[in-house]
Structure formats: C-alpha cells, structure tokens
Design a protein around this ligand. Structure first.
Ligand SMILES: *Cc1c(COP(=O)(O)O)cnc(C)c1O
Length: 387
C-alpha cells in the first residue's frame, strides 16, 4: 500500500466561480446529487425543478433541454426518455390501465403497433386501428373504454397527412385524450397544441439530434395535471437520459430549423423529379398532390420533413427493386432519418400491413444534406439497373 491519501482529491476544496456563461449549458453528470444538509434532503421534492435530488430526476443539462423542447413544441412541460419508442411507451403506460382501449392509426409507426399487440395486450389494454383519413370512422369507433387516441402526421412510410383537426375533434367530443407522434413535424412543420392535441411526443433521435448518433425521446404537454401523470410513470419506470446525449441535442437544436428546411427543399426537388421518371408509378410526399391527404398538409403545414416514398411500376418485381436500392452509392441502406446521410429502405406494404391500396414495392427515401445534384446522379445511375 502506498501512503498517498486520496481524500483531498475526492473532497477537494476548490469551487469554480459562479456565473459562468457560454452559448451551451455544461454537461452535468450525476447519479448522486449532494445536499447541503439533512433538512434539504428531507424537504426537496423531485417533482419540481426548484432543486436537484438525484441524477435520474434531472440535472442542469437535462432541465435545460426539457425547457427548450417544451418551447419548440409550443407546450409548457417536457419529459426526456432514452428513445422515441420509450416516449410512446411511457405515454401508454401512464395513461392506460387494465380494461382500457387505445386507438391507433392504421399507418402507425411499426414498433408502436407491436407494443400494443404484445405488452399492452398482456396488461389487459386493448387496441384497434382506425383509418386516419376518415375522421367519421374514428368518431364511430370511440367507446366507453377508449382512453387514448394516437395520431401521426404524416403516416409512417406511406406519408398520408390526416385531417388532424377533425380527428382531434372526434376524440375531444368524447373526452378522450389525444397523443401525437410529432417526429415528422419536429415542432417546425405545424403547431400541434394549437390543434387541441393533449400530448406530443417526438423522437429527438431524428431532427433535433440531426447527427444520426443519438437516441432520445420527449413527451411534452400543456396541461400540468397530465404532465404530473406522465412524470409519475416516467419516475416509476426509471427513465433518464445521459448528460452527454442531452448535450448533443442541445448543441444541434439551434440549427434545427435551418436543417429541417434544407432537408425539405432537397426532398421536394427530388420527389418532383422522380415523379417524372417512367420507372416510378407514384410519389408519396405530403407536399405533392399525388399523396393522400395533400390538402390537409397544405391547410396545416408550413414545411415538410425531408422524407418521401416512391412506388415502383408494377412491372418491377420486388427483387428488382432491391437491386436498385443495392446499386445506390450515396444513399445508404438504413432506418431512421434527419441525419446528414441520405437513406433508402424498401418496404413490401402488402406483407407489412396487408395493404391493397399500395400494390408493388415502395422505397422510402430520407434525404440528407448532400447536394441535390449528387443525389440525383446517384438515383439516375441506380435506376439503370432496372433496364
Ligand atoms: C424513429 C421514430 C420513432 C422512434 O424513435 P427511436 O428513438 O428510434 O426509438 C417513433 N416514431 C417515429 C415516427 C419515428 O420515425
């Protein structure tokens, strides 16, 4: 044993001066938070942000990100969770119990459908799917056990934009809470709380991160009582986010709008051009009138995510479409979106959701930040494999 005493290193007397100001808040890392005395330990309440109690309940870094996401969404309070899917899960677990029913749009984000089908069903929570393009059918489906209606705009993969006002109206008329997956809109394209939506979640993994290198989710509300219910479930489930990850999102947030509009402009240009190609039978981009729900997008939105799908002409078998995707160079094959790298994923919708409305193979493109000319050249060379 050497006789060096580490105690002064652990209990070092130096305190940096207060009042440090920089564009970004620091990366505060903690499980343990230290109280000045026992009275502080006994009286401090983790439920409010007046002080700190334990790393899981927040640090200056996570509190700051929560406040900024609440502002982005137009809400008043926000919770952070380790992924977008965790945000969906915490909303379901906070607001639903045995015997309750949740209604999901039939084009809902796939893992959300799986959560309902498996774990929620196991807890005695039932679900049904509604057609998001038919608000009257949603209204007719709402029953005495319906406690939550999920909304998504635009729909995952097939990109239909729903009449959010009519869907929210149908739920509110029956006193049913609505929750929106706002990953596509990202707080930029439209204002969900102004439509009367109760809970807005977002996969911060996508646009707010923007780097393809962080997983995080947020759950935002405008209602203190609703926030309290969500916060209790969040606490009981032990959800927290890492300070380094929170810092990455804080660093990306100031450029969110610039990036969103850049992805949007490039995607619209490419979608419009692809619509003229003979290999493509249909382009699904909410800002193009070939997309179901285009009128709703136009009524509600000032922008669109850099995301669209194309349907290949029925003469191409799905294996041929796969060779097209494999022939892409700049476009990488991968899930997620809103990062710098453009991505392509083929989907067989008939296999995925038995969808008669979408025969043939669909490829979803997430447009990154490369130049439009370079992406167009890549698509052009890859389309040649189709002959
Ligand atoms: C990516 C995504 C999610 C889930 O986010 P993760 O952070 O990957 O769990 C949820 N909804 C939509 C619409 C998404 O695109």
């Amino acid at each position: 044993m050497n006789d060096f005493d580490p105690t002064p290193l652990i209990h070092h007397p130096y305190r940096a001066p207060q009042g440090f100001e920089a564009p970004q808040v620091g990366v505060y890392k903690a499980s343990t938070v230290m109280f000045e005395n026992v009275a502080a330990l006994r009286t401090r309440d983790w439920r409010n942000k007046a002080g700190y109690t334990y790393g899981l309940h927040g640090t200056p870094t996570t509190f700051t990100l929560e406040e900024r996401i609440a502002t982005l969404e137009g809400g008043s309070e926000c919770l952070l969770v380790p992924s977008g899917l965790a945000a969906i899960a915490v909303v379901n677990l906070a607001l639903l119990g045995q015997g309750d029913e949740v209604l999901l749009p039939d084009n809902v984000y796939g893992p959300s459908r799986e959560l309902a089908r498996t774990d929620l069903a196991r807890y005695g929570i039932t679900h049904r799917f509604y057609d998001p393009q038919d608000a009257a059918s949603l209204a007719a489906m709402i029953g005495s056990h319906t406690k939550l209606v999920w909304l998504e705009a635009a729909g995952s993969v097939t990109m239909e934009f729903p009449d959010l006002r009519a869907l929210v109206q149908a739920a509110r008329a029956r006193g049913v809470t609505t929750a929106l997956d706002n990953t596509w809109g990202a707080g930029i394209a439209f204002r969900p709380f102004d439509l009367g939506i109760d809970v807005v979640m977002q996969a911060l993994t996508k646009f707010p991160s923007g780097g393809g290198d962080v997983l995080m989710g947020s759950v935002t509300t405008r209602d203190a009582a609703l926030h309290e219910r969500l916060k209790l479930a969040h606490m009981h489930l032990g959800y927290g986010v890492a300070a380094n990850d929170a810092e990455l999102v804080l660093r990306s947030l100031p450029s969110l709008a610039l990036r969103y509009h850049a992805h949007d402009a490039a995607a619209r240009e490419l979608a419009t051009w692809l619509a003229t190609r003979p290999e493509i039978s249909r382009v699904l981009h909410p800002a193009l009138d070939s997309c179901p729900g285009h009128a709703h997008w136009k009524a509600e939105c000032t922008a669109a995510a850099g995301l669209f799908a194309v349907m290949f002409d029925a003469r191409f078998a799905s294996a041929q479409v796969d060779t097209f995707v494999d022939a892409l160079n700049l476009f990488k094959i991968g899930y997620s979106w809103a990062g710098p790298v453009s991505l392509a994923v083929p989907y067989d919708l008939q296999a995925m959701r038995g969808d008669k409305a979408y025969p043939g193979t669909l490829v979803r493109f997430a447009i990154g930040l490369e130049s439009v000319a370079a992406l167009k050249a890549d698509l052009t060379q890859a389309l040649k494999v189709l002959g």
